[in-house]
Design a protein around this ligand. Sequence first.
Ligand code: ATP
Ligand code: MG
Length: 386
Amino acid sequence: MQTLLSISFGELFLKGANRKTFFNNALSHILANIKDIGYEDTYVESAKLYIKASEDKFDDLIKEIEKVFGIAYIDEVYRVDKNLDDIFDAAKYIVEKNYSEVNYTFKADTTRVDKSFEFDSPKINAMLGDYLLDEFDNLSVDIHNPDFKVYVDIKNNAYVYSKRHKGLGGLPIGSSGEGLLLLSGGIDSPVAGFMMAKRGMRVNAVHFHSYPFTSKQAHQKAEDLAKLMSYYTGPLKFYSVNLANIYKEIATNCDRRETTILSRRFMMRISNLIAEKYAYQAFITGESLGQVASQTLESITVIEESAKFPILRPLIALDKQDIINTAINIGTYDKSIEPFDDCCSIFAPDKPVTKPKFKYIQRSEEKLDIQKLVDEAIDTMEIIEI
Ligand code: ATP
Ligand code: MG
């Protein structure tokens, strides 16, 4: 018996002109996620992806495949020759292995793709049900609400299985355009990137650091977060921009209480240039209303004025605890709470303005050579493929 994982995709995969692209994206995403775990081979048979692998690798493989959006189910299957004896043997093996300890109800659930097979699905269900009832005293049939199902798919091969894992849902990456996430080293922004990717957006990241005022570790932390996010988003571009000079200029020339707002506006201007050059359609931030001084409506309004693209804020209405829970679930939380400060915490004023007025901010910016500072930051930008 060959052991495999079979992957069923959500509806969007099966429809429309982009079907092939979505499928290929998902396939390369899955293969990238599992390449270090080990599998033998993959192939497609009537709309499902099959991954040949030994059973002891299943748990590790499933954990990584579950991070790919657009998947409906992952099944742990046994492939056998297309005859009743082998199908029944496989079913018996599955029950012995998983359902022999206590009393269980079950149901046989056959899909006959190969219509030339000699028995139809209801007949196979009935025969397999009788066979298992004969073999196991602890089993009884419940067709409405069984404890487990024995699935049989009759295709070129026959597949027998019962262990099914639900996929993450969401839309396949690439189905909702491409965006640029402003990725700090905090808890929130990776969660924001995850949420937009779940809606099918291809997500890239820009990180602003202030080396040498901030450490190499702080930069590495943001890059590590991008890597953790990429298990969900697929490969991404990581733009690393140095804001040290800009912070220095702000500190020398402007009211310290405006530092956060002014630096955020620089982040937006720099992001505008990146998005224009690489054809990204929107920005994503981890802002949540009222969480800190720079996230009041007044601050958001003044920051947004400098952005030329829509700013998507998937966390805007979430409580911190809910954001933390998601961060834990997707595996970014532990990295996010490592104690390396990004630029914002180092230059952050003790008493930031919470209700900035646009005309005062503009007046401060008149003291800065904005064009030159932005150009310098872009010229020294690094691009890392994650
Ligand atoms: P996070 O946990 O994502 O850092 P936060 O609660 O600390 O968020 P802020 O520091 O006010 O909130 O940042 C708000 C948003 O601005 C972040 O979620 C992120 O999208 C963006 N941002 C802040 N600092 C940076 C940075 N150094 N590089 C890139 N984006 C940043
Ligand atoms: Mg932050």
